[in-house]
Design a protein around this ligand. Structure first.
Ligand SMILES: [Zn+2]
Length: 326
């Protein structure tokens, strides 16, 4: 996209074919290219051809030139490109080697993030860098990203494969976009009457409708869609919190069997556990709960007294299991 953004020290603006010579200063530098996926440029004319073939209006690409205000020089390029298959914006950048170490990349990324969020949704930002590339690790950490898993990548010309790190940052969504973020916001403002307990990785709430008495949810604190988007420690903790919550539901409401289901919600797809206490004969046919069509019937909304009773029973069991019993 063609944007013009000014930060404290930088101007971010579209690259044009006449930038070829300036871009070649880093695009043709082996030190800058070392961890890049694309091959090193050997001629400024090739850079010009690349610049001429870019689509400056691509709505999913905010890949801009970085101009240093103090000198007016174009010193790098980079930004964020939307990857629909991951619902995430991916980081990429190059900076002339003599400009490393001043925090320009993070300044650029923060400014572009603010710009994109004015018109687009940003659910997550992700990035991959060579494990040995400590400069990129620092950039991603300063940009609020955390390690999710190890991976690898190969240069486009096949010349080298790097052990790599996959980093990610999930963003809470506005209430109109994510039902779960909305509910979490209400919990944090003390406005959610269904809230039971805060665990390490999520919030336990009683289900709005009690067609299956004791129906409980665990809302992931992260606005993330899949378990694979959480770092391993966080993922394990989230699964443990789910198991503890399910056990508390079981102890509190004495079902014949627990059902566990990890679903998303609406456009935000924010994962959350549905924990259904099941009893023999509670559906017309044996099977998952979703066969019933009256799950959200208003007659299953608990009265304030009933809700208080459910919250207290579940909270007591959770406290006991978490070792908080006095
Ligand atoms: Zn959310």
């Amino acid at each position: 996209m063609k944007v013009w953004v000014e930060t404290e020290r930088l101007i971010l603006r579209p690259l044009v074919p006449d930038d070829a010579e300036a871009v070649f200063r880093w695009g043709g530098d082996p030190a800058v290219n070392e961890y890049m996926i694309y091959p090193l440029y050997h001629r400024a004319e090739d850079v010009r051809a690349w610049l001429e073939n870019r689509d400056p209006d691509d709505p999913d690409s905010y890949d801009e030139g970085i101009v240093l205000k103090s000198t007016g020089e174009l010193i790098g390029s980079g930004g964020l490109v939307y990857r629909p298959e991951r619902c995430a914006w991916e980081i990429g950048y190059n900076l002339r080697a003599d400009q490393w170490g001043h925090g320009y990349t993070v300044e650029m990324l923060n400014a572009l993030l603010d710009t994109i969020r004015k018109t687009r949704t940003v659910e997550a930002i992700d990035g991959v860098f060579a494990a040995e590339n400590h400069k990129s690790r620092r950039v991603m950490e300063k940009f609020g990203m955390v390690w999710v898993r190890d991976t690898e990548y190969t240069k486009l010309d096949g010349s080298r494969t790097y052990a790599a790190k996959y980093y990610r940052r999930n963003f809470p969504q506005p209430p109109e976009r994510c039902l779960i973020c909305d509910r979490i916001g209400k919990i944090r403002r003390n406005e959610n009457p269904y809230f039971v307990r805060e665990l390490e990785t999520g919030y336990v709430v009683i289900g709005d409708h009690q067609r299956f008495e004791g129906y409980t949810l665990l809302l992931c604190k992260e606005h993330a869609t899949e378990l694979s988007q959480l770092a391993p420690d966080l993922r394990s903790a989230f699964l443990r919190d789910m198991a503890i919550t399910a056990e508390a539901v079981q102890n509190a409401f004495r079902p014949d069997k627990m059902n566990y289901e990890l679903l998303g919600a609406g456009t935000g797809r924010h994962m959350h556990w549905h924990l259904f206490p099941r009893r023999v004969g509670d559906t017309p046919r044996p099977g998952p709960v979703w066969q019933v069509t009256d799950m959200n019937d208003p007659r299953y909304l608990p009265s304030p007294e009933k809700l208080a009773e459910l919250r207290e029973a579940l909270g007591r069991e959770l406290d006991r299991l978490l070792g908080k019993e006095e």
